[in-house]
Design a protein. Structure first.
Length: 532
């Protein structure tokens, strides 16, 4: 039976490698152009790729081997078997339904990529809307900008609900309560454990968040001349209030990067840790244009070195952070162990690559990084030190509370996609983020978040990524860089050897215990940011 399993896994890797490459290239092309032809090509390529995973006979063999041989295999083969089973599981769907899901996902994503909001009879990009929310002083104008940022939600809401229903239908047929539960199974999370951790994090951050937001709101209301207690969403420079508003120290940070070469800073950052990214920069697409995706992502095309980053750079602190974040994903993918089977040449988990990306993205609010890479004088960095820390702390609080909002909304979305989602959305926003809902707002604002449509049951990984980032940072500071210098080849070697190169050889909890000496905990995050 061992020989049969080994032959199956070898053939599986051989089959999916070129299909994964073609699918990834098609996704990249659609993200750059948004043409109908590119959408059709993506749907076809993804269909061919998923056909492998729809094979029910193959899945039944995997289930049988998994049950009979779980404790009777070598480390790599056992993990390869488990990963194959989890990869096959969510695609044991009706062929026609799966095809419809793939098509709807591509159509919705292309809508997001090509949509430009209508503001005062002018088409504007996401970057333009963000910049206006960061600079406009007139509160009525800010409200119109915020409302424009939600227009895409109206364009996709019904399609997203239909997509959720299709996913739920097939998950139910596979024996799961809904698609959300199915996807947690494939991500190797126990739902009770996950939401217990999220409950703890929400409770622990409540007081710190309320206090930080009260100070922030007071400053913003004074700036915009807004009376009263209500804090409406157009006060903030991010349409979802998932980032710290542009004010005070954040404006000082923006000024630092106004005339900087963000690509060069990114290159030097990773080079300091012995990681070369010249090849990654050459293959990246970093500046905005019509028809191109307005978001940012990293794509591992072939698990063999073809790694591509898409951004839409503007010269400010946010996009500098995004560059470090996305190229954090990229070096994780670049420095995998290519002697591993194809299916294991990937991060141990989605949240482990998010952790690496987030750890790098935090650097723009780290004084030592600003001195070394952005040319900020030591004296200036020291003077700004406490202010920068408080900005980073507030950023973490703002992001975690936003992410908790989205995670809880998505869980309820899959439980009942035909409930009053608008009311659910604003109830959660008000309870968790403490943002006042607009009066008589009945539009599907929730649907303007792209992740709900095309990256389902994902957002909790951002929260876990932040926890792991702090855990790794604490370990590195104690064991690898006790002098506090994080920008050394020794730190890079630790990341490559302990986090990147193992790939998916081990489950996420095993990787984390090997890399940091303990399982995932919120302790280091809460302590690092003086939250609880």
């Amino acid at each position: 039976m061992h020989k049969e399993l080994r032959a199956f896994l070898t053939q599986h890797n051989k089959a999916i490698e070129p299909l994964h490459r073609d699918y990834s290239r098609s996704f990249w092309e659609m993200s750059l152009t948004g043409t109908p032809e590119s959408v059709d090509a993506l749907v076809a390529a993804k269909g061919r790729y998923l056909d492998v995973y729809r094979d029910r006979k193959a899945f039944e063999r995997l289930k049988s081997w998994r049950k009979e041989m779980s404790g009777d295999l070598g480390e790599v083969s056992a993990r390869e078997l488990e990963c194959a089973y989890l990869d096959f599981l969510p695609y044991q769907m009706d062929a026609d339904v799966l095809k419809e899901i793939v098509y709807k996902e591509a159509q919705i994503e292309n809508t997001f990529n090509t949509f430009r909001a209508d503001l005062d009879s002018r088409k504007v990009s996401d970057n333009e809307l963000r910049e206006m929310l960061g600079s406009l002083e007139d509160i009525d104008h800010r409200r119109r900008v915020w409302e424009a940022s939600k227009q895409v939600g109206e364009a996709v809401a019904e399609d997203v609900i239909a997509l959720v229903e299709l996913r739920n239908k097939e998950a139910s047929r596979l024996g799961f309560a809904d698609y959300y539960t199915l996807m947690l199974e494939t991500q190797e999370f126990e739902e009770g454990w996950l939401f217990s951790l999220l409950d703890e994090l929400e409770s622990a951050s409540e007081t710190a968040y309320i206090n930080a937001k009260a100070e922030l709101d007071q400053e913003l209301k004074q700036r915009f001349g807004v009376p009263g207690a209500a804090s409406h969403p157009w006060l903030y420079s991010d349409p979802f209030f998932q980032e710290l508003p542009s004010m005070g120290v954040t404006r000082k940070l923006d000024a630092i990067f106004e005339n900087q070469n963000l690509e060069e800073l990114t290159r030097r950052h990773f080079q300091s840790q012995g990681m070369e990214i010249d090849d990654l920069l050459l293959d990246a697409d970093l500046y905005e244009r019509e028809g191109k995706s307005q978001h940012a992502f990293c794509l591992d095309v072939d698990h063999a070195g073809d790694v591509r980053v898409l951004c839409n750079i503007r010269h400010n602190e946010r996009w500098m952070s995004v560059m470090l974040h996305e190229f954090g994903h990229a070096v994780y993918d670049k420095y995998n162990d290519r002697s591993l089977p194809f299916a294991l040449r990937r991060p141990a988990h989605t949240f482990t690559t998010e952790a690496v990306a987030m750890l790098n993205g935090r650097m723009t609010k780290t004084p030592s990084w600003l001195v070394r890479f952005a040319g900020v004088p030591v004296e200036t960095a020291e003077e700004m030190g406490e202010e920068i820390f408080q900005a980073l702390r507030s950023s973490m609080l703002v992001f975690v509370r936003w992410a908790l909002t989205l995670v809880r909304f998505e869980r309820e979305l899959y439980r009942d996609p035909r409930q009053d989602l608008g009311s659910l959305w604003w109830d959660l926003v008000e309870r968790i983020q403490k943002v006042a809902p607009p009066s008589d707002r009945t539009r599907p604002d929730w649907a303007s978040k792209i992740h709900l449509a095309i990256v389902p049951v994902y957002y909790h990984n951002y929260i876990l990524g932040e926890l792991m980032a702090s855990q790794v940072l604490e370990y590195v500071g104690r064991e690898v860089a006790p002098d506090g210098d994080m920008f050394t080849p020794e730190v890079g070697a630790y990341m490559r050897e302990q986090v990147f190169e193992p790939g998916a050889r081990w489950a996420w909890n095993s990787l984390l215990e090997r890399a940091t000496g303990e399982g995932l905990t919120s302790l280091h995050f809460l302590r690092q940011f003086d939250i609880a």
